[in-house]
Design a binder for this molecule. Structure first.
Ligand code: UTP
Length: 288
């Protein structure tokens, strides 16, 4: 079945990027001159997604505002003849249908996704974490959607991580089925490197079948008190209903200060009006 809806859980506290995230949502922090979330939404639209479902919280009103129309600004740009900027601004609210649901308390990623149950309905859907994106040169969604078509199951994006990173991610127990595809047999949240079943980590991109909601409703909180999406996906995996894409493209994780900075630099270096001056500045700073 075609994937038409994407859930964007953006209700987390973003404590790793404090104090920047005290009043500005982590997902709204800019990479060069565009919020992280806008890159994510644009990639979704390019892949054929029609409806974006934000799972937000009370401190994240700026996300709704960013994806809404801003008539005064549009009129001002029109008066000033800034037509390129006007076009950019209009595209943001015209490119998709936006729905917002609230997560009253940050009770974990699984709980955030469950909050979107009514908005999603009974159809498969995509999920993109609000701080994970891939470079436009290596789009991830077309291949994720192909695998969902082929297997009719949930699909996880996986990447090979270094041993010292294993305990920061959900790690899969998987069996190769050929090419870039694996069948996921199990998942463990943040294991020690010794206990990890592999080095394949779950990235922030998922396609989920709608039975995940019923599974989430029965999933108890984990030891850290959160409803973990990993636990619900492990239930699907044990039933043979979860596949994985080994993704080798360029990923950006903006959930940490270093990730935010490196992602911004990488994206700036792709901009021909910025890159030469940025290179010159970096050479000057490095004394080379
Ligand atoms: P993170 O694991 O990065 O959590 O969530 P966080 O709270 O945002 O950040 P830290 O760990 O405190 O620095 C990944 C994505 O899931 C969302 C976040 O907003 C982020 O986009 N999320 C997380 C929710 O929507 N609700 C939650 O309860 C937890």
């Amino acid at each position: 079945m075609r994937i038409r809806k994407m859930v964007l859980p953006v209700a987390g506290l973003g404590t790793r990027v404090l104090p920047a995230t005290k009043v500005i949502p982590k997902e709204m922090l800019p990479l060069v001159d565009k919020p992280t979330l806008q890159y994510i939404v644009e990639a979704a639209i390019d892949a054929g997604i029609e409806e974006i479902i934000f799972v937000t919280s009370r401190s994240k009103r700026s996300i709704e505002d960013h994806f809404d129309a801003f008539p005064e600004m549009e009129q001002a740009l029109e008066r000033k003849g800034k037509l390129k900027e006007l076009e950019q601004l209009r595209r943001i609210h015209e490119m998709a249908t936006y729905v917002t649901v609230r997560q009253v308390e940050p009770r974990g990623l699984g709980h955030a996704i469950l909050c979107a149950k009514e908005a999603v309905g009974n159809e498969p859907f995509a999920v993109n974490l609000g701080d994970n994106l891939v470079d436009a040169s290596t789009p991830i969604w077309p291949r994720m959607m192909e695998l969902h078509e082929q297997y009719g199951s949930s699909v996880l994006a996986l990447f090979a991580c270094e041993p010292e990173q294993i305990s920061a991610y959900g790690i899969v127990d998987a069996e190769a089925v050929g090419g870039d595809t694996v069948k996921v047999k199990g998942l463990v949240e943040k294991p020690s490197p010794q206990a990890a079943p592999s080095n394949l980590a779950v990235d922030g991109f998922y396609i989920m079948t709608p039975d995940i909601f019923e599974i989430l409703e029965k999933t108890p909180p984990s030891r850290r008190g959160e409803i973990e999406i990993t636990d619900a996906l492990a239930t699907q995996a044990r039933a043979g209903r979860c596949y994985g894409l080994r993704f080798a493209g360029i990923r950006y994780d903006t959930g940490t200060p270093l990730g935010l900075l490196t992602s911004s630099i990488a994206l700036a270096l792709q901009r021909e009006e910025i890159a030469p001056d940025l290179y010159a500045y970096m050479r000057q700073v490095l004394g080379k």
